[in-house]
Ligand binder design. Structure first.
Ligand SMILES: *[C@@H]1O[C@H](CO)[C@@H](O)[C@H](O)[C@H]1NC(C)=O
Ligand SMILES: *[C@@H]1O[C@H](CO)[C@@H](O)[C@H](O)[C@H]1NC(C)=O
Ligand SMILES: *[C@@H]1O[C@H](CO)[C@@H](O)[C@H](O)[C@H]1NC(C)=O
Ligand SMILES: *[C@@H]1O[C@H](CO)[C@@H](O)[C@H](O)[C@H]1NC(C)=O
Length: 416
């Protein structure tokens, strides 16, 4: 379980692994452009001292091994190192009023749930709630949107969905593209989805980390992932307000990078099994297409892209060789990370292992389906652009209570 927890810490650092980050991200391009890059990091301090300060981890400084990792990374991947040590920009926000409920609990200080009913947007006719979990002392605000089951809400399970990201919204991915009650057409009108998960379950879509989708922090942030404790507080307050769902089977689901977060969130819930005030139970977790163990998974990008995955090679032999050549260093860095699960020990692997995927990114093929190109859309799927446009319509933002001035479906600044 420790692994799950540290990955949740390290995961915010880079937008990675999601197709949405491929064509937009400057991430990954540093490798070929090193000569043109200007490292603005102050040279008077060693890179690891800056990293230790950034990640508030002076203990790791004592390890000569981690020390040398950072020095060599700063040499080989200066731009990525610089990105890893810069705060994400604060998101511009405009507060909303007219909340239907403001839910607090004396046992959960500094946490508040603000809730609206989005009502008649035509996305579904079922009961809906949306709004924010506020972490008041930390100025973090996590957006959620709930759709009741179309079938039998008194008995159907409750499923919470988290998208991968770390920079992608659960609204862009899960809600409007993959499994929610409606898609969004080119005319920005909802298109009913009869196969939505809420045909047989009540579904909560949650935007995290902050500064993704409608979630935000008005301060620049580095640790952007909802801590297990924030997540636990969200569930307690939600089920406190809506006790009619609290005794139903409850599941946490997600994909891609959520493979990092979900085990950590489940662990938090289970570690609170003795909490006499817990008002819900966890039935299961579901992770689709998850990035859960890069020490095993990262080695297989190469065979997949080079003809050994059931599809002809999409890379040339030199590119395949390059990927194979990068793997041993990636593996060593991952081992350091697994042995010492701190950001300071793990970010080097995040930085270097990304290099392995670079040749594939340069092909412009869809990382989710390598048989097809991404096409003209910078997000690989043109539907993602319609969703982003829809989510930015003033009347939609007002209805759901969104406080971000500009909704970004996938944000490459998050944690980068
Ligand atoms: C840094 O870490 C120390 C010890 O772990 C902790 O007490 C302190 O609050 C942290 N500072 C910040 C800014 O997070
Ligand atoms: C799912 O919902 C449909 C439509 O209401 C219903 O016919 C079906 O029995 C439900 N399936 C389950 C497993 O509850
Ligand atoms: C959770 O499970 C425990 C043990 O089975 C049970 O006693 C409790 O009533 C359940 N809580 C809810 C809210 O369903
Ligand atoms: C992509 O854009 C080009 C130029 O604007 C256009 O000719 C082409 O039809 C577009 N392709 C797709 C698949 O939309």
């Amino acid at each position: 379980m420790k692994i799950g927890v540290f990955l949740a810490t390290a995961a915010f650092v880079f937008s990675e692994a999601s197709a949405f980050s491929v064509p937009l991200g400057s991430w990954g391009r540093y490798d070929s452009d090193i000569s043109q890059l200007q490292l603005t990091i102050d040279k008077t301090e060693s890179i690891i001292e800056q990293a230790a300060e950034y990640f508030n981890d002076s203990k790791s400084l004592l390890s000569p091994h981690i020390y040398s990792l950072w020095e060599s990374l700063a040499r080989d991947h200066p731009d990525a190192v610089k990105q890893a040590l810069s705060l994400s920009k604060p998101v511009k926000t405009s507060p909303q009023s007219n909340w239907l409920y403001q839910v607090t609990n004396d046992q959960i200080p500094n946490r508040k749930l603000r809730i609206k009913t989005p009502g008649e947007l035509g996305i579904d006719s079922v009961k809906q709630y949306s709004g924010y979990l506020d972490i008041e002392d930390d100025d973090k605000h996590f957006f959620f949107w709930f759709f009741e089951s179309r079938n039998d809400p008194k008995n159907d399970p409750v499923v919470l969905w988290i998208n991968g990201g770390p920079g992608c919204s659960s609204m862009t991915g899960g809600l409007f593209f993959e499994l929610g009650p409606s898609a969004i057409g080119q005319d920005l009108k909802p298109i009913y989805n009869p196969y939505s998960w809420n045909s047989n379950a009540s579904v909560i879509f949650l935007d995290q980390p902050v500064n993704v989708g409608h979630s935000y922090s008005s301060k620049p942030v580095k640790t952007t992932v909802a801590a297990g404790k924030d997540f636990y507080a969200f569930l307690k307050l939600f089920f406190q307000q809506f006790p009619e769902y609290s005794t139903l089977p409850f599941h946490i689901s997600g994909e891609s990078y959520a493979g990092h977060y979900i085990p950590a969130f489940a662990r938090e819930i289970i570690s609170n099994n003795d909490d006499p005030n817990r008002n819900f139970n966890l039935s299961s977790i579901l992770i689709g297409n998850g990035i859960t163990n890069p020490l095993i998974q990262d080695e297989y990008f190469e065979p997949m892209a080079c003809g050994k995955g059931g599809h002809p090679a999409v890379l040339n032999p030199d590119q395949c060789q390059f990927m194979r050549d990068q793997w041993p260093r990636c593996k060593r860095l991952l081992e350091v990370c697994y042995q010492n699960p701190t950001a300071l020990a793990c970010v080097p692997s995040e930085i270097h292992c990304g290099v392995i995927k670079q040749p594939f990114r340069e092909t412009g093929l869809n990382v989710y389906d390598m048989r097809v190109p991404c096409g003209n859309s910078s997000l690989c799927y043109v539907q993602e652009e319609w969703i982003t446009e829809y989510m930015n319509l003033p009347e939609i933002k007002l209805a759901i209570g969104s406080e971000v001035e500009s909704f970004v479906g996938c944000d490459h600044d998050v944690g980068a």
